[in-house]
Design a protein around this ligand. Structure first.
Ligand code: P5A
Length: 429
């Protein structure tokens, strides 16, 4: 992509309304723009990262055996009357009337919707286990939308729903998602600690939230120091061991009843990027979602639901990856892998070399943002630092004449001078 033809409305000043660094940087880097409280436009750079995060979530869900579908954002209130949640959900639910005066709502979650799909098509235990998921916009009329995309009113969620014949099978499905979550966050370079959690309006009594430690996190979290010895980069995880370690956010933590001795209890703040639930037959019973078991008896299906805050993750990733100059993207979610600075588009040699490299990188499938604008060098470097692409390549007149370009790692700050062929090799082109 050529920056001169891209849409990257960076801001020079830090907007006063943004309190936390990820929100400030998302606005400054031209990733998002607020349309209304807690409702955002995703501009090209932000949308690019959102799609990268989404792609990792899709991939890990499907590796774990979940099947993608797409349910709508707007749902009929009658479905929620069946489960009893239409009245329970309160003011967080955005209620709408259609032209026929029928009660509709903008979905805050899809348990009822997916249970309805299930009951119309599944009758036998032989069709189980089943896990259906989608990535879809949700609306929750939060009392205090804040911190940009971290607590929005409209936000993108991945929600998966498991269906099993009994509690034991449903708990195995829960553990399977538990591991898929650790892998998903690991691929984004994040360590999320699983913590026992309250179930709130979703229901049930088995639930874990996945919290990323960050000083700007919304909840205070407490956890066993043993978590610091867990190898989150492992290929496999022992879910029983992880579940047995104490970890809880403030709403569930009780200092008096905490089993961890004070010297081993760590505390900090966390960003909840995922939340999983096993709620048994809470929806299946009132909504008549039943299957015939191996014994010929009909029984309500056991369900769980599994959420990931896809849009919140973009903010959380920046909280975990930034410095005083801007964002430092992990390679797996970077909007472009390489930022190529054509320092002097008016210098034939330098410009020619920059264009040649750009062509070769693109051809090799390496996403590259070429800064071909007529701008001061300082402004170009500042933009590159701000948007945080993992690799910066600078092509200037002096180097170009000697057949050299500069490669810089955004994360380490290390720079090397290389010839064009060595550079392409280093970048895997
Ligand atoms: C699980 C999937 C549920 O809604 N039903 C379907 C269950 N869980 S949850 O914990 O309420 O939400 C799941 C994840 O969505 C993110 N999230 C938000 N992100 C941005 N702004 C919000 N207002 C918001 N509310 C929830 C969180 O990451 C949460 O873990």
């Amino acid at each position: 992509m050529r920056l001169s033809r891209y849409f990257l409305p960076v801001l020079k000043e830090t907007p006063a309304e943004a309190q936390i660094v990820s929100h400030q940087l998302m606005l400054r880097a031209g990733m998002i723009q607020q349309l209304s409280a807690g409702i955002y436009n995703w501009l090209p750079l932000g949308y690019n990262v959102l799609r990268k995060v989404e792609a990792i979530v899709h991939d890990e869900m499907q590796r774990a055996g979940a099947i993608p579908i797409l349910m709508p954002t707007i749902q009929p209130a009658d479905l929620w009357r069946e489960s009893g949640r239409y009245e329970d959900y309160g003011k967080e639910m955005l209620r709408i009337k259609d032209r026929h005066e029928r009660d509709m709502l903008y979905g805050p979650t899809n348990e009822e919707n997916v249970t309805d799909i299930f009951r119309r098509h599944v009758q036998s235990f032989k069709q189980l286990p089943l896990n259906l998921y989608h990535i879809q916009w949700k609306f929750r009329d939060e009392v205090r939308p804040r911190f940009g995309v971290m607590r929005g009113r409209e936000f993108l969620m991945k929600d998966a729903y498991s269906f099993d014949v009994d509690q034991a099978a449903a708990e195995a499905a829960y553990d399977n998602m538990f591991v898929a979550y650790l892998k998903t966050f690991k691929r984004m370079g994040l360590t999320a600690i699983p913590m026992r959690a309250e179930t709130g309006p979703i229901g049930g009594n088995l639930s874990h939230e996945f919290q990323i430690l960050a000083s700007t996190g919304e909840s205070a979290v407490y956890f066993d120091a043993a978590f610091e010895d867990v190898d989150f980069s492992a290929e496999t995880f022992d879910v029983e061991v992880l579940k047995s370690l104490y970890a809880a956010a403030d709403d569930k933590h009780d200092a008096a009843a905490c089993p961890v001795p004070p010297e081993r209890l760590k505390s900090g703040r966390g960003i909840e990027v995922g939340h999983i639930f096993y709620f048994g037959t809470k929806y299946a019973e009132p909504m008549d979602a039943a299957v015939i078991g191996p014994d010929g008896e009909t029984r309500p299906v056991h369900m769980g639901s599994y959420g990931i805050g896809v849009s919140r993750l973009v903010g959380a990733l920046i909280e975990a990856n930034h410095d005083e100059k801007g964002i430092v993207w992990p390679e797996s979610v970077a909007p472009f892998r390489v930022g190529l600075v054509d320092l002097r588009p008016d210098d034939a040699t330098a410009h020619g070399l920059a264009m040649e490299l750009y062509g070769k990188l693109e051809k090799a499938g390496i996403e590259t943002l070429l800064d071909d604008r007529e701008e001061r060098a300082g402004a170009k470097f500042a933009t590159m630092e701000l948007i945080g692409l993992p690799w910066q390549v600078t092509v200037g007149p002096r180097g170009a004449k000697a057949g050299k370009v500069e490669l810089k790692s955004r994360r380490s700050g290390e720079t090397v001078e290389l010839g064009p062929d060595a550079l392409l090799q280093r970048l895997g082109a």
